[in-house]
Design a protein around this ligand. Structure first.
Ligand code: ATP
Ligand code: MG
Length: 648
C-alpha cells in the first residue's frame, strides 16, 4: 500500500463501460437513501411470476433472520432459460470444451431448455420432490450446468460437491445435507490423471450406510471407462434421461424457498453448508455479474472456477444465464498438456471476459512472458480474479502481459456467504489500484470495526463487516442456525462479520489484509498475513508464500513464513535474505522467527492456502489437525512436518 499504483479509468477509453462515474455515484446515493426501493428496482432484472412488493424483511438482531422479496414467486430456471427462448433461443448459452475431444459442445438456449426439462422429468420420475436435496458431483461437463437448472426447475435443492473430495468428505456431506439422489460421472480426466468419480460415490455411500437417504444415482459416461452399476439404484444418465419428454412445467417457488446448499472451501475449519434462497440469490447473481461482467452481444465469459465453488455457481451458471449471456466451461488445466494451454483456448473460443483465481495467475506467470506473448489474445476485453488476495505484482503481470495493458483487471472480493461480488470495480468506470478489490458495489454498506468495537471512519483498518443485508446474503447454515448466528453476528452485534480484515485508504478503496484469525500481533504491532506475502511477491524469484503467527513467550506472537521459490531460482534464495527483506520492508518487529523454503503449500480443493494447517505445523501441534476433508493433497502435510521438525 506504500507505493500504490493508480490506473485511471480513462486508460481504457475504448472499454464499453455501462455507465459514467457520475451515474455510478448517483446509483450509490440512491441505494443508500432508499435501499428497499433500490432493491425492488434491481429485482426487475429477473423474471417473476408474482412480482415482490417487499425488499428486506429480516433482522440482524436477536435470532437473526434474512428474508428478501418474501411475497414474490418465481422459478430460477425460467429466469435463466425460458425468458430468453423467444428472443435468443438460437444463441449459444453454454460452450463446453473438453480436453481430448475434437468438437466442443455449443448449447443454445433452446437446447438447454430441452435438456433441463428432460432431466426435470427424469428426477421427478425417480421420486425427487420439491425441497429435497440432490447432490451434483461432476467434472466440468455440460450435464453439471443442466443438473443445477433441472433441480431449480423442480424445486429441489442442489448441493454441488467437488469431485476430488475423498469418499469420507463426500459421505459426510451427503449425510449432513440429507441428499436423496446423486448425479455423478463414471470418471474424469484431470490433466494426465484419471479421477474415479463413481467409485468414490460408491465408497461414500457404503461408508454412510443407513445414515444416507440416497435412493438413486445417475451416472454420466464421460468416457468408455466401465464402472460398476447397482441395478435399481444406478442409472446411466443419457440412456435414462434422454427418453423423457423435453418439456416440464416449472414448479412455482416462493422467493425464500432454498435454491441450493453449498459447502464453504474449508480454509479456516470445518466446512459449513451455506443456504441460499431462490429470489434473493438470482437477483443478486444478475445484479453483481451484470454490473461487473456485463454481457454484450457476442461476448463469451470464461470463468475457470469449478462449479463446486460459489464462483462456479454465480459466475459460471446463474449470473451469465440470468443475464442472457454465453458462458464457457472447460475441464482443461492452465499448463497441461503444455504451458499456455489456456491462452490457446482463449483464442480458439474468442473469450472476451476471463475470470480466474490468483493461484492460476501465479502459475501462468511462473512460466514466463514468452508463453503469453506468442499467442493471440486480442479477443479479451476484461480480466478478473477472485478467491484470494492477488499481489500487486501478479495483478500487474496479468494486466500488462495478458491484457497487454488494454483490459481492466477486476479483483473482486466475495464469499460463499455473500453469493456474489461485494467488493469490486466497475470496469472502465473506476480507477484501479493493483492489489485492492476497490469498493463495495452500490447497495452494499461496508463497515470496518476497530479493536474497541467501534466503526472506523475515513481511512483505517479493522474487521470487514457489512451493516445492512443484501439480497444474496446467506440465509443460514444448513441445520445449524445457531452456528450461523454465532459465526457471523456476534463479533460486531447488528452487523454481518465476514471473518476477514481490511484497510481502507483515503480514496475509500479496500485492501484485504487476510483472515482475522490470521492477523498476527507481534509485541503490539498488528500485521496482516497478506502484507507479509505482498512483500515477498515483489521478488520475482518467489512463486508464492504464506505467513502465519505462532505463540511467542516475549512478543505474544511471532511470524513464521513458508516460501515457494521458483524452480530455477532455488539456489539463489536464502531464508536469511528473505527474513531481512521482510524486516526492512515492514519494520524490525516483523522479522520472522523462521522462514521455510518449501516446494508447495497445503491447499483447499479450490486452490486456497490452508493457513490454519501451516500455523499448527509451525507451532508443532502436529497430532491433531482437525477436519482435513477439504485438503487437496495429504502428502504435503508430512512433507512440511518433516521440513519443520525433521524426519519423523
Ligand atoms: P471457509 O469459510 O470454510 O474457511 P473459505 O472462506 O476459503 O472457506 P470461500 O467462501 O470460498 O471459502 O472463500 C471466501 C474467502 O476467500 C473470503 O472470506 C476471503 O478470505 C477470500 N477472498 C475471496 N476473494 C478475495 C479477494 N478478491 N481478495 C482477497 N481475499 C479474497
Ligand atoms: Mg469463509
Amino acid at each position: 500500500m506504500s507505493h500504490t499504483t493508480v490506473i485511471p479509468a480513462s486508460t481504457y477509453a475504448g472499454y464499453p463501460a455501462i455507465m459514467t462515474p457520475h451515474q455510478l455515484d448517483t446509483m450509490r446515493a440512491r441505494a443508500q437513501r432508499d435501499p428497499d426501493g433500490f432493491w425492488l428496482e434491481q429485482a426487475r432484472r429477473v423474471y417473476w411470476h408474482r412480482k415482490p412488493t417487499q425488499a428486506f424483511t429480516g433482522s440482524f438482531e436477536g435470532d437473526v433472520s434474512i428474508r428478501w422479496f418474501e411475497d414474490g414467486q418465481l422459478n430460477v430456471s425460467v429466469c435463466c432459460i425460458d425468458r430468453y427462448l423467444t428472443d435468443r433461443g438460437d444463441q449459444v448459452a453454454l460452450i463446453s470444451h473438453r480436453e481430448g475431444r475434437q468438437a466442443s459442445e455449443k448449447i443454445t438456449y433452446s437446447m438447454l431448455h430441452e435438456r433441463v426439462c428432460r432431466l426435470a422429468n427424469a428426477l421427478t420420475h425417480l421420486g425427487v420432490e420439491k425441497g429435497q436435496r440432490v447432490a451434483i458431483c461432476l467434472p466440468m461437463v455440460s450435464e453439471a450446468v443442466v443438473a443445477m437448472l433441472a433441480c431449480a426447475r423442480i424445486g429441489a435443492v442442489h448441493v454441488v460437491l467437488f469431485g476430488g473430495f475423498s469418499a469420507e468428505g463426500i459421505a459426510e456431506r451427503l449425510v449432513d445435507s440429507g441428499t436423496v439422489a446423486v448425479i455423478t460421472a463414471n470418471v474424469a480426466r484431470r490433466g494426465a490423471k484419471l479421477v474415479p468419480f463413481k467409485e468414490t460415490i460408491d465408497e461414500a455411500l457404503r461408508k454412510a450406510g443407513s445414515a444416507s437417504s440416497v435412493h438413486s444415482v445417475l451416472v454420466v459416461s464421460t468416457s468408455d471407462d466401465p464402472v460398476l452399476m447397482l441395478p435399481g439404484r444406478d442409472y446411466n444418465y443419457h440412456d435414462f434421461v434422454d427418453e423423457f419428454e423435453a418439456d416440464f412445467v416449472p414448479v412455482l417457488m416462493n422467493a425464500e424457498d432454498p435454491l441450493f446448499l453449498l459447502y464453504t472451501s474449508g480454509s479456516t475449519g470445518k466446512p459449513k453448508a451455506i443456504v441460499h434462497a431462490c429470489g434473493g440469490y438470482i437477483v443478486w447473481a444478475a445484479y453483481t455479474m451484470g454490473m461487473v461482467y456485463t454481457h454484450q452481444p457476442g461476448d463469451v465469459l470464461w470463468c475457470t472456477a469449478d462449479v463446486a465453488w460459489i464462483t462456479g455457481h454465480t459466475s459460471v451458471v446463474y449470473g451469465p444465464l440470468a443475464n442472457g449471456g454465453t458462458t464457457m466451461i472447460s475441464d482443461s488445466l492452465p499448463t497441461h498438456p503444455y504451458p499456455g494451454r489456456w491462452w490457446d483456448l482463449v483464442d480458439q473460443y474468442k473469450v472476451t471476459m476471463l475470470f480466474t483465481a490468483p493461484t492460476a495467475v501465479r502459475t501462468m506467470m511462473a512460466e514466463g512472458d514468452e508463453v503469453v506473448k506468442k499467442r493471440d489474445l486480442r479477443s479479451l476485453r476484461l480480466l478478473g480474479v477472485a478467491g484470494e488476495p492477488i499481489s500487486p505484482d501478479a495483478w500487474q503481470w496479468y494486466h500488462d502481459v495478458v491484457g497487454n495493458k488494454r483490459c481492466p483487471v477486476v479483483d473482486t472480493w466475495w464469499q460463499t456467504e455473500t453469493a456474489g461480488i461485494v467488493l469490486g470495480p466497475m470496469p472502465g468506470v473506476q480507477a484501479l489500484k493493483p492489489g485492492s478489490a476497490t469498493m463495495p458495489l452500490p447497495g452494499v454498506e461496508m463497515t470496518l470495526i476497530d479493536q474497541q468495537g467501534g466503526a472506523v471512519t475515513g481511512p483505517g483498518e479493522g474487521a470487514l463487516c457489512i451493516s445492512r443485508s443484501w439480497p444474496g446474503q446467506a440465509r443460514t447454515i444448513w441445520g445449524d442456525h445457531e452456528r450461523f448466528r454465532q459465526t457471523y453476528f456476534t463479533m460486531a452485534p447488528g452487523r454481518y462479520f465476514t471473518g476477514d480484515g481490511a484497510k481502507r485508504d483515503s480514496d475509500g478503496y479496500y485492501w484485504i489484509t487476510g483472515r482475522m484469525d490470521d492477523v498476527i500481533n507481534i509485541a503490539g504491532h498488528r500485521l496482516g498475513t497478506a502484507e507479509v506475502e505482498e512483500v515477498l511477491a515483489e521478488d520475482h524469484r518467489i512463486v508464492e508464500s504464506a505467513a502465519v503467527g505462532v505463540p511467542h513467550p516475549v512478543k505474544g506472537q511471532g511470524l513464521v513464513v513458508f516460501v515457494i521459490p521458483r524452480k530455477d531460482a532455488a539456489g539463489e534464495v536464502t531464508e536469511q535474505a528473505l527474513s531481512r527483506l521482510i524486516a526492512s520492508q515492514l519494520g524490525r518487529y516483523a522479522a520472522p522467527e523462521a522462514v521455510y523454503l518449501v516446494p508447495d503449500l497445503p491447499r483447499t480443493r479450490s486452490g486456497k492456502i490452508v493457513r490454519r494447517l501451516l500455523r499448527k505445523i509451525a507451532e508443532g501441534q502436529i497430532e491433531n489437525f482437525g477436519d482435513l476433508s477439504a485438503l487437496n493433497d495429504m502428502a504435503i502435510v508430512k512433507m512440511l512436518c518433516d521440513r519443520v521438525w525433521g524426519q519423523m
